[in-house]
Design a protein around this ligand. Structure first.
Ligand code: GLU
Length: 321
């Protein structure tokens, strides 16, 4: 009797799960970008949203909520209902660098989210306003090393990868440059291009159009090898700064507790979108690499990246002050 009840319950649960899978999605899905418009998070989200809407048969609506190096938006995703209708873009800033450096982080990056898929990996680039002067890495380093702290750099927000890598750069080269955080790389870039701030270490997709127009000059890139789009620009590794040579990533996650069937459905839909040559081309044109992995692989990547930055923070004694 007891056994029958258990079996009955198991079938009922299975039934609910497959119904959820079939019914999902039955209304629009929110895709939260935890940074201002114009940054790489926004660019990747908007490349994916339309084809994903077509694939899932429901609108995927991109919503920007910048601030706090991505923490404010990521916290909103962590606290939303785990029904598959509130998703967010996961970045290295929200899932790894900020959790590693920010003691007041309002979520646990390893337990408060359901990772769904990593969409793309992107190189980073240190770029300067042309009026700043240096046009190559050596003259850049000479200029900042000989400064008395009068220069500043723009970043996508406190505790994000742009802040983290620049602080690491400063530690390794013994320089002082003042940090100016923005609500995302979009506004940070605008001020660098207009000359309010002389430099930025940005994710490549948002900086590349300005570099192509020569409104920003590239000084060094963080990527395993030199980039085909910027063949004359050295990697940080080449200039002896391997720890700064780290890429960023952009994926999709939801709050913890999402149904595996729904996670699978979104994962399969995004993978299909990423197989479309036109979508791949749009991502690759930004200088990014298409990823498209499994939820478990993405969860591992987040964990590994978080551990890497925890070690960087400890070894370099980095703080948010
Ligand atoms: N993860 C990116 C960073 O912090 C986001 C930048 C942005 O999209 O504004 O560098």
């Amino acid at each position: 009797m007891k056994r029958r009840t258990c079996l009955g319950l198991a079938f009922a649960l299975l039934g609910t799960a497959s119904m959820a899978q079939q019914a999902y999605p039955s209304k629009p899905i929110k895709l939260l970008v935890p940074f201002a418009p114009g940054g790489t998070t926004d660019i990747i989200a908007r490349v994916i949203a339309d084809p994903l809407s077509r694939e899932l048969g429901q609108p995927v609506i991109v919503e920007n909520k910048g601030g706090g190096g991505g923490v404010i938006g990521a916290q909103e995703t962590a606290r939303s209902a785990p029904d598959g209708y509130s998703l967010g873009i996961a970045t290295v800033s929200t899932t790894a660098t900020n959790p590693a450096i920010n003691p007041k982080i309002p979520y646990n990056t390893l337990t408060d989210f359901t990772p769904v898929i990593n969409i793309a990996a992107t190189p980073n680039v240190l770029a300067v306003n042309p009026k700043f002067g240096p046009t190559d890495y050596k003259s850049f380093e000479d200029k900042v090393k000989n400064s008395k702290g009068e220069f500043s750099y723009a970043s996508s927000g406190t505790g994000g990868i742009q802040h983290m890598l620049m602080e690491l750069y400063k530690n390794l080269t013994g320089t002082f440059i003042t940090h100016i955080p923005y609500r995302g790389a979009g506004p940070a870039l605008s001020d660098t291009v207009s000359g309010q701030v002389p430099m930025i270490l940005d994710n490549l997709p948002s900086a590349l159009p300005f570099i192509k127009d020569r409104r920003l000059l590239p000084i060094a890139v963080a990527a395993p090898e030199r980039l085909a789009v910027l063949p004359d620009v050295p990697t940080f590794k080449e200039v002896g700064l391997e720890p700064v040579n780290r890429m960023a990533f952009y994926g999709i996650l939801g709050p913890k507790g999402m149904q595996p069937e729904v996670v699978e459905k979104i994962n399969v839909a995004v993978k299909k979108v990423l197989q479309d040559p036109a979508v791949r081309q749009r991502i690759e044109d930004t200088g990014s690499l298409v990823v498209g992995n499994s939820p478990a692989e993405f969860a591992d990547q987040i964990k590994n990246e978080y551990e890497v930055y925890r070690k960087v923070v400890q070894d370099q004694k980095l703080t948010l002050e």
